[in-house]
Write a protein that binds this ligand. Sequence first.
Ligand code: AMP
Ligand code: GLY
Length: 430
Amino acid sequence: MTMKILVVGGGGREHAIAQALSRNKETELYAVMARQNPGIARLCSHYLLERETRVDSVAAFALKESIDYAIIGPEAPLEAGVVDRLEADGIPCMGPSRAAARLETDKAFCREMMEQHGIAGCPRYRIFREAEDAVRFLETHDGDMAVKPAGLTGGKGVRIMGEHLDRKGAIEYIRSLRSDIVLEERLIGEEFTLQAFTDGVHIVPMPLVQDHKRAYEGDEGPNTGGMGSYSMPDHGLPFVTESDRRRALGIMQSAVAAMGEAGTPYRGILYGQFMNTRDGPMVIEFNARFGDPEAMNVLSLLETDLVDVIERAVEGTLSRGMVRFSAQATVCKYLVPEGYPESPVTGQPVSPGAYDPALLYYANVEEKDGVLFTLSSRTMAFVGVAATLAEAEEIAERAASGVQGRVRHRRDIGSASLLKRRVDHMRELR
Ligand code: AMP
Ligand code: GLY
């Protein structure tokens, strides 16, 4: 029986979702995206170009096309209540309700939930409604802190003392914020991402991935949405022990259980951003969706039919044994416009060279008369998949350096020297 699936979102992550769904030949794909992603458009029977947060338009399109299931890529439509609306209209979703998505969309809620339910891995934190209270706290407490606006900022709102800011800068930054503020202890360690499918009770982990938020090589420069990421053939990371990994998964399992107990069951993809510290993994944040770029790593390895995973998640019958990922390494490199993220050059022609065997996922790019043009955000990504990290890196790097146009990428992602730095840092801490 043909299954009609709607993908909400139009970035690299959603192209990877659509690509994975399209491996099921019985599926018809549909999309709602703000801009026409050429990769998604080619995979779809129909699509609607519309802001993904316009809940009425998304629901009307889904009903008109008799959609069976929807999967939501980005956080903004989750926060806008797209899942609540589609489910009220009888369309089950892979993605949490607005209330459950607060795990991501409200950082204060997330920390309070962790504390109330005694969930491990929560750093010391304080929440402030008034900027001056946060300033006073900072002035009377030693130690570096992370300064976070409580709401969504596209991954660009967090500033870390000792990294981006000194104490004086932190105070200025706090005074510039117009939302509730979370101050938390600065965690020292190595970051990793653990994503999982969940039906609200069962949780199925995906391979670990390491993202690279900083704009420039050697982890310099401002934070971005993520410049690229890699994963290893054994689905672990060399600076994360088996016990760290189990502990991180346990934390995610507890978060899902807590959301159920609170009457806001969490179904969809849960993304845990962890800092692996001297004392084990601590939660930097949860996201209510796949990571972008991390979705491109794990979905390029997924051997199980993603349609089947969605059906089982909706039925509540997910199990670990049913989801398989190929035992290969992946390296994902994003091309971004020159000047990204601060002052990206937009409207520039860009053309991928011969990139085979890399996989190409389109992101924030516009196609006019067969020519691609940059927009202001990440342009496109290449993923290398191979038996070893070195081979996967070489495939992705060759593809990324073959692109013509005013774009750049980080050459160091997935390189042996960068990995060694991570491992050495962890060894130093432990
Ligand atoms: P977020 O938007 O919460 O993912 O934060 C963006 C980045 O800030 C993370 O990827 C970390 O690199 C960093 N970060 C967030 N919270 C902390 C923390 N408590 N300690 C150290 N770094 C942090
Ligand atoms: N790669 C980080 C994120 O998707 O939030």
